[in-house]
Write a protein that binds this ligand. Sequence first.
Ligand code: G1P
Length: 302
Amino acid sequence: MTQPITKAIVPAAGLGTRLLPATKSQPKEMLPVGRKPAVQHVVEELQTAGLEQILMVTGRRKRSIEDHFDLEPDLVASLEQAGNEALLADLAFLNKGQSRFFYTRQSTPKGLGHAVSLASEFVGNDNCAVALGDSLIAAERPAGLLQSMMEAHVRLGAAAIVAVEEVPIEEAFRYGIVSLADGVNVRSSEPLLLSDIVEKPPVGRAPSNLAVAARYTFSPAIFDALARTSPDRKGEIQLTEAIRILIHQNLPVYAWLLPPGCRRYDVGNFESYFRTFIDFALADERYGYMVRQYIKAKAYEL
Ligand code: G1P
């Protein structure tokens, strides 16, 4: 299987309970981050990385995601008639590349692994990428991360590659945490072979400070592993547990450390959402300067 990866799964079924009331009737993935909904940042990253077929795993009250990526000829025609080039450019994501969108629903909250398992027929016998719909990558070229992971995945015949970032060790209980195989140096420029992975280890028990960072590549073996994964205490099937099965089957599973200048953001709770919004607003090419001036002036009042 040496073909380039062209299929992506975007799990976007999480209930967004930690963001109520903002998420009472709208998906967290549609909360604006700067001038775009969070999930549009994710989709543009995938499109730029060459992922042509994108399956969104949504759920109840998530229909606006589908509407957002729908072509809207009437709107485009009226903007063309008005000669509104700026707004037309802002809608260019609808026609970008050869992307095709697919949707399926996770009707019961059975966890991230279960959401990914719903993509098994879509993926078939191909390799695929997974990008969490509430998590954004910021970098000079955000698509570069997945592109490098996908290239390495094919080159190495990997079963999985997971993006990882270094987090303060006291924060490790919030993430999937990886263990590097003996002798693997975290500063190596090659993918890092793993000997284990654990989802949200108890405080003080994390095997490292390398946290799974919302981007993955997989061979189809992940779907067999997901089928064999037992639910956790909350009744959820964890993607991390299925990756653990791959490792214990002695299949090659690697981590890919986010390169310098590359950062993961998410909109999973208000703290992380506000941080994400502020950083993306500051980086906005049209409004960033104004936001910076405003925050500087405001800082004097604090
Ligand atoms: C999920 C994954 C976890 C990962 C995190 C950030 O957790 O289960 O392994 O570290 O995303 O990508 P969640 O934030 O959905 O609880």
